[in-house]
Design a protein around this ligand. Sequence first.
Ligand code: GSH
Length: 235
Amino acid sequence: MIDLYYWPTPNGHKVTMFLEEAGLPYTIKPVNIGKGDQFQADFLKIAPNNRMPAIVDHDPTGGSGPLSLFESGAILLYLAEKTGRFLPTDLRGRAEALQWLFWQMGGLGPMLGQNHHFSQYAPEKIPYAVTRYVNETNRLYGVLDRRLADRDFVAGADYGIADMASYPWIVPWEKQGQNLDEHPNLKRWFLTVAERAGTKAAYARAPEVNPDFGKTMSEDAKKVMFGQNAGNTRR
Ligand SMILES: N[C@@H](CCC(=O)N[C@@H](CS)C(=O)NCC(=O)O)C(=O)O
């Protein structure tokens, strides 16, 4: 059994997308990041970066007790290797998939996260910051659109962890100041992934865990989330 430390956000959806696709049994341990659960001492033992998602696999291959992991990309890779699914095993296919997984982790996620911050949450609108991240989002959408021009999925012919990593970050495209019609290959891929049973099952977990899913973040939650420093992890 896998415990998933989760809150319904783009990085959280990546892991429910994998678990639902693979049909792996899992228990959600809610980490309410608007209330500060990410700073609890027990959670920091599993996730020292005070961010979710994280997992504890109570039945890892080879035994030797529970295995805990943080960072959504590392979790997707671990689950792919555990199940032998959603990651090619041949040298070139695997390299291709990992390259796009790391591209998502190092580029698409962080840049779009900053886009959200400066366009949706920042108490003052800083035009330079908004423009920088909306443009960078647009560039990354263009990269993905070109990538998908001659293949069905991000890493090639088969649906896999690079798709699961990227999809949740495209879901809020309107809030990111983007227009999917400008990126027809990306739009086709986006609509295809949205229709998968695993995607629908993953997103169905969101309102179960957070009844306020989809609503504007409260001012109290903003105080918890924005303004952190090293003091928050010294527990
Ligand atoms: N690189 C990390 C990022 C995780 C992350 O930023 N998670 C956010 C939600 S999407 C979080 O836990 N935020 C809590 C906070 O900002 O205090 C990953 O991909 O797992």
